[in-house]
Design a protein around this ligand. Structure first.
Ligand code: PHE
Ligand code: NA
Length: 457
């Protein structure tokens, strides 16, 4: 086997990797998106399907990605190229990795904007702007933030600058140091808030809502939504898990760590539900309020509950931490690629990548402020750039990327080599291998065709 040149550093240990990868997984997807889509899809039954998708599709694809990264030891596109060459497979497989990096880059261009809102809300809440606020005042705050280009640009620039600063410092001094403090702090804050809101709000109604499945509320569409979200929430097909796998220390179990990461991500999503819904129910708010759920309704609750100014500020600090540890993951593959390809140092690579992101983020920012030039026509529908980037990444690039990764590892990689790396019992290996070969691609294919409207149930 040819020696693979390794230009990159590695995580200093297993824990560092777990924290970083969990940091990448846990983000706005868990705390902002999961609660509102669960709310829109009727609760319990949706949660069950989501758990099923994580186990059947999410974990196998994550294992496949980390395996590819660890074997290739390069940024995603090049890592796939290395593995394809090793097994004499078509070099075209590497574009599945390249598409992931591109998807991650596009995702970050709006992710940084939303993370910027969370930063702005830390200040708003801490200054007591929501104390005794009326619903219309809370709404006005949200609208005046999201319609002010200067404010959005300032907060997005701040998020991107800090992201670039951390990533420029390198793997161990930058990313690792950051997740080592932020992840435990994030978990702790989340538990405190969940405990508080379980006490203060409608806890039993929340448990009923989240865990008593009512299958009559389950539509085919919500099954598909659950599957799509399991991809986004685990950061799959976005270059992230391949990249972080490339930094995996030699004797770290891919299977065990993947299961841990998926479990942690799922726990955070569920605890976020327990933190948010008791407040929603106690205040008679609508669980299906949509994307505005945490920005437009929670401040109302924070404004009226004891210690709400404090708890509310902590909530948004936690959200910033969660988003931030995903942002550094999202920028890392493009930075590593510039280091490999152009031979730039990390500082320059991070700065260049960050500048490109800053320019791209303007598309989303001006979409929120409602600038008319951001309206684009897309087949029959018309959406703004933000909606288009979201649609293109979450609904097209991620499922397609995951599909090719599962097929590539299932069919092109020599299964004995995979078995040696995964160290599973023969039976469990067979399960895993068949999930990658058949089940995951098939499920993804059905979802994908449905989402792009080719196949409509
Ligand atoms: N998993 C992150 C979240 O749940 C989002 C993300 C997607 C991060 C893709 C990296 C890559 O918020
Ligand atoms: Na997540």
């Amino acid at each position: 086997m040819p020696q693979i040149e390794n230009t990159h550093a590695q995580w200093s240990n297993r824990l560092a990797y777990i924290l970083a990868a969990t940091g990448a997984a846990v983000g706005l997807g868990n705390i902002w998106k999961f609660p509102y889509i669960m709310g829109e899809n009727g609760g319990g039954a949706f949660v069950l399907v989501y758990l099923f998708c994580i186990a059947i599709v999410g974990i196998p694809v994550m294992i496949a990605e980390v395996y590819l990264g660890k074997t290739g030891r390069q940024s995603p596109m090049r890592a796939l190229g290395v593995v394809a060459k090793k097994y004499a497979a078509s070099a075209a497989w590497k574009y599945a990795g390249g598409m992931g990096v591109l998807a991650g880059y596009l995702i970050l261009s709006f992710y940084a904007v939303i993370a910027g809102w969370a930063c702005a809300y830390v200040i708003e809440t801490a200054q007591g702007h929501f104390i005794n606020a009326t619903p219309s005042e809370v709404k006005t705050t949200f609208e005046s933030l999201t319609s002010s280009a200067p404010q959005l640009i300032a907060w997005t620039s701040f998020m991107l600058l800090v992201t670039v600063g951390v990533v420029a410092k390198g793997l161990q001094k930058g990313l690792e140091r950051c997740v080592r403090y932020m992840m435990p702090a994030m978990f702790l804050l989340l538990i405190i808030i969940a405990g508080y809101s379980a006490n203060y709000g409608e806890f039993s109604q929340t448990i009923q809502f989240m865990f008593a499945p009512d299958f009559s509320k389950l539509t085919v569409d919500s099954v598909l939504e659950a599957l799509g979200h399991s991809f986004f929430t685990l950061s799959l097909a976005s270059g992230v898990m391949i990249m972080y796998g490339a930094y995996l220390p030699e004797n770290t179990s891919i299977v065990k760590t993947s299961i841990w990461i998926a479990l942690a991500d799922t726990m955070v999503a569920l605890i976020a539900g327990i933190a948010i819904f008791p407040i929603v129910f106690a205040n008679g708010l609508e669980p299906s309020a949509g994307p505005g759920l945490i920005f437009q309704t929670l401040p109302l609750a924070f404004g009226h509950m004891p210690a709400g100014q404090f708890i509310g500020s902590l909530f948004f600090v936690m959200l910033v931490f969660a988003a931030f540890t995903s942002a550094i993951a999202l920028i890392e593959s493009s930075v590593a690629w510039l280091v490999e390809k152009k031979g730039f140092n990390r500082m320059l690579s991070a700065a260049l990548s960050g500048f490109g992101l800053w320019l791209l983020s303007l598309l989303s920012i001006f979409s929120f402020t409602g600038a008319s030039w951001t309206e684009v026509h897309w087949f029959e529908s018309s959406m703004n750039f933000f909606e288009m980037i979201d649609y293109l990444t979450a609904k097209i690039m991620l499922p397609l990327g995951g599909f090719f990764i599962a097929l590539f590892v299932g069919w092109c990689v020599k299964q004995q080599d995979l078995a040696m790396e995964l160290k599973l019992s023969p039976f469990m290996f067979l399960v895993c291998s068949n999930l990658l070969k058949f089940i995951s691609p098939l499920i993804i294919l059905i979802v994908f065709l449905n989402l792009i409207g080719v196949l409509k149930f």
